[in-house]
Write a protein of this length. Structure first.
Ligand SMILES: *Cc1c(COP(=O)(O)O)cnc(C)c1O
Length: 388
């Protein structure tokens, strides 16, 4: 019998803050409660049939049954470059400035291995995607959270970063449109980021997973639209949210060629790329007409309006999102985020995510995801009304 001991990097993982909510959910389910789950950022809408059909065809091609190329099919990377030019007016060289990923989470988790080590600092926005600090810790570097506050429009305040931290900072994660706060950032902010990165020699990793889930026709900008952005960093992107393809595991990174090369080097030593049939379906997805995408956006907009108006109507302060499918909502007086999540789960069977689970600056908020239909959203609001 071997004595199994976890490495310190696994022992040092932050406690699983959703464990308590998970346990309570299981208890409520056992009691037969009809739970309305607004806690998960995973679209309930199926992948469009033209994309599924494309996979079906590509899966039958024996050329796709062998190991894929590490950096991704050139045709997929070219489709990404074409999409960037069309969508953002940004030019990319498919051969050196685009890398396919097994979902963007994979790239985000691995990139610190390429550029930081003990003694280095990684800046990351908080509340935020938990992979930023975990990837940092796995690479042996020190994470420094940049808190996002409502009074700053949920943008980080670079002037608040201590000088000794800044001296050691080598990499930075930011994310707009933002999960969980739903805030968007404009080109002005991205230009500030470019200037800051140049001044302090920091590689920027911008996570743009939600750029296509937007409302009222206000299309979010790409970080790469800021002048000089391609000289300071990269953008992570994903087909998961845009095309309802979370299960397919397909994303990509674009931008600074040396940063792309560094991430590619780590990956070629760890994984063997994305199933080519999935990449071929990805090309089909990226060529999807705006009629399909605007239909998806309309669905989310109806849900957003129902939940935003509903929460407002019962006296809760929610941030009205211009993008993403989340409503970042203030907990009422007398509740912290875990307490409020527990309260509405036990009293109304509505499940939401406590903000503190995304980092300490998320305390005082709760996140609702728009991944159920309008009828269920209205029912959730009515139940919460009775519970508070
Ligand atoms: C969903 C999400 C991703 C994308 O994950 P995939 O691995 O591409 O499915 C990346 N960043 C954030 C903030 C997300 O919420």
């Amino acid at each position: 019998m071997v004595k199994v001991e976890m490495s310190s990097r696994v022992r040092h993982l932050p406690p699983y803050l959703f464990a308590e909510i998970d346990r309570l959910k299981q208890e409520e389910l056992k009691k037969g409660v009809d739970i309305i789950d607004l806690s998960i950022g995973d679209p309930d809408i199926p992948t469009s049939s033209h994309i599924v059909e494309s996979l079906r065809k590509a899966a039958g091609n024996s050329r796709n049954h062998r190991y894929p190329s590490y950096e991704g099919l050139l045709s997929f990377r070219q489709a990404v470059a074409d999409w960037y030019r069309k969508r953002f007016g940004v030019g990319l060289d498919a051969g050196s400035e685009v890398l396919s990923l097994i979902g963007s989470k994979e790239g985000i988790g691995h990139i610190p291995l390429a550029f930081v080590e003990g003694g280095d600092v990684v800046l990351y926005s908080s509340p935020g995607y938990p992979v930023y600090p975990v990837g940092t810790m796995f690479a042996g570097a020190e994470g420094h959270p940049m808190p996002l506050f409502e009074k700053n429009g949920f943008l980080p305040d670079f002037s608040a970063i201590p000088a000794d931290i800044l001296k050691r900072a080598k990499l930075m994660f930011i994310n707009y449109p933002n999960n969980p706060t739903s805030a968007s950032a404009g080109k002005d902010f991205f230009s500030q980021v470019v200037e800051f990165a140049n001044r302090h020699n920091i590689i920027v990793c911008h996570d743009a997973a939600y750029s296509e889930i937007y409302y009222d026709g206000k299309r979010p900008a790409s970080f790469l639209e800021a002048p000089g952005a391609k000289e300071v960093g990269i953008e992570f992107h994903s087909l998961s949210k845009t095309y309802n393809m979370t299960g397919w595991r397909l994303g990509f990174a674009v931008g600074h060629r040396d940063v792309i090369a560094g991430l590619g080097k780590v990956k070629s030593n760890l994984d063997s790329g994305v199933f080519q049939a999935v990449q071929e379906a990805g090309i089909t997805a990226l060529e999807t007409g705006d009629d399909v995408l605007s239909g998806i956006r309309d669905t989310y907009q109806q849900r957003r309006d129902a939940l935003y108006e509903g929460l407002k109507g019962i006296g809760l302060h929610a941030i009205k999102p211009e993008a993403t499918f989340y409503l970042w909502t203030k907990c009422p007086e007398g509740f912290d985020s875990r307490g409020f999540a527990r309260h509405i789960l036990e009293k109304s069977g509505v499940l939401a995510t406590p903000g503190v689970g995304f980092g300490a600056p998320g305390e005082g908020y709760i996140r609702f995801a728009l991944t159920v239909d309008v009828k269920r959203i209205k029912e959730a609001v009515e139940r919460i009304r009775k519970a508070i």
